[in-house]
Structure formats: C-alpha cells, structure tokens
Design a protein around this ligand. Structure first.
Ligand code: PXP
Length: 245
C-alpha cells in the first residue's frame, strides 16, 4: 500500500434519524466521537438550506468539540458562506442544492457560474478553509474549478454508483480521466456519493484520489452492526483496493 486514502464519514443521516422525532437522539456529536475512535479521517456534514438534517448548532458543536477535521458541505449562498466564515471548518465542499431533491443529485455547474463563484471561493480560501467544488467528472467542470481558485474538487460518483455493469465501466473511465486532469491542474481530488462496500473498490483504486466522503451506506449498515464496525468495514474495503491497485 503506497498511499493513505482518507475516509470522511458523512453523519447527516444520524441527524435525519434524530429529526424524525424532533428530539436530541441520536446525537451527531456522539457519532463523530465514534468516527474518531473507529479511525475515520474527517467528519463531513451538510448544512442544507432547509436544515432537514444537520443544524447550525451541530456545526458549532462539531467544530468546537471534535478534533478531526470538519468538512462542511454547503450551497453557494451568502448565508452559507457567512456561516462557514464564522465557524471556520477545516474544509468546505460547495454543492448544488435543490429543495425538492432527496439528496445532492448532480454536480455543481462551476463552468456556468464562474463569475459568481470566484469571489466566494476566494473569501473562503483566504480564511484558511480548504474549498472543494463538488462536480460531475466532466473536463469543463474540472477546468472551471481550477479557474475559480478552488484548491480541490470532489468528483460526484452518483452516476457510477447508479449505473449497470457496462455503464459503471464507462462512468469509471470518466472518473479516472477527470481525476487525472484535476491532478495535472494541481487540484486535490476527492470523490463521493452513493459509495458502498460493494462499489467503493474501483474508485478507491484511482491513484489521484486522496479522500472519499461516504455517508448513507455507513449509517445504514450501522443500524445492523454498529457505527464503529460499519466504518471499519468501509475502511477495509478501501484498503483492499489500495493493496490490489
Ligand atoms: N459528498 C457530497 C458532496 C455529498 O453531498 C454527499 C451526500 O450528502 C456525500 C459525499 C455522501 O454521499 P452518500 O451519503 O451517498 O455516501
């Protein structure tokens, strides 16, 4: 194994479960402490505009009480930028957001909004926040991410995860090409969305990728085996890919 592939554990759906009853359990902060103990590399939390899972107070507590880097996923709005600048997470992943979607359904159109995104990216980067643009594996979006000054991208793996076997091979080729181009442009490459123990291997094997952010599959498996075991199982699936790459 020649490289360390970081695992960011997205704990949004711990908050989804909490909010289902409007109380305080299960507490995402307790989940974050288990991520630390189980060897996760960072905590990822998406503060959505409608606050359907993670709350402002969750972000405050995660930043204050957890030692692992916090990756705050956020829409490109001035409200979210102000929150990020207030709490100064280690990283911010800029995602597209539509209120009616079940989850983040596609990458951000950076190429179509360069003028609007550039000043926001610069403000966040100047505050010491590592900014990643969450984009589809499309060369134009990779290039646009470099143009707006983001130091990193996160490749949306949803199409790869949702494809049938032949489609998945084609989607994997897109991810490989986008990762290579991004690295050539000096961008750090992350990936995520829809990854599971079963499908993570080929993505983990892409040499330019240094971080995967994974949520739903881990929290879903945690219902049966516990959160620490679910994290360790995902870590093991990633490591198997690194050993065989
Ligand atoms: N990365 C980003 C930018 C996301 O928006 C999400 C979903 O919130 C994830 C990773 C994690 O996706 P999943 O929950 O399907 O693992």
């Amino acid at each position: 194994m020649t490289r360390h592939l970081r695992l960011g554990v997205n704990i949004d759906h711990v908050a989804t479960l909490r909010n289902a009853r409007g109380g305080t359990a299960p507490d995402p902060l307790r989940a974050a402490k288990i991520v630390v103990a189980a060897g996760g590399d960072s905590i990822t939390a998406h503060l959505r505009e409608d606050r359907r899972h993670i709350s402002d107070d969750d972000i405050r507590r995660l930043k204050r009480e957890i030692d692992l880097p916090l990756n705050m996923e956020m829409a490109a709005t001035s409200e979210m930028a102000a929150i990020a600048l207030k709490h100064r997470p280690h990283a911010a992943c800029i995602v597209p957001e539509r209120r009616a979607e079940l989850t983040t359904e596609g990458g951000l159109d950076v190429a179509g909004a360069k003028r609007r995104l550039k000043p926001m990216v610069h403000r966040l980067v100047d505050a010491g926040i590592q900014v990643a643009m969450f984009i589809d594996p499309d060369p134009a979006q990779v290039e646009a991410s470099a143009t707006v000054g983001a130091p990193a991208i996160e490749l949306h793996t949803g199409e790869y995860c949702n494809a049938n076997r032949r489609g998945a091979a084609a989607q994997l080729r897109r991810l490989i090409a986008a990762a290579k181009l991004a690295a050539e442009l000096g961008l750090e490459v992350h990936a995520g969305h829809g990854l599971t123990v079963e499908n993570v291997g080929p993505v983990a094997g892409i040499p330019e990728i240094v971080e995967l952010n994974i949520g739903h599959a881990i929290v879903a498996e945690a219902v049966f085996v516990g959160l620490a075991a679910a994290i360790r199982n995902m870590r093991a699936a990633m490591d198997r890919a690194l050993w065989t790459a």
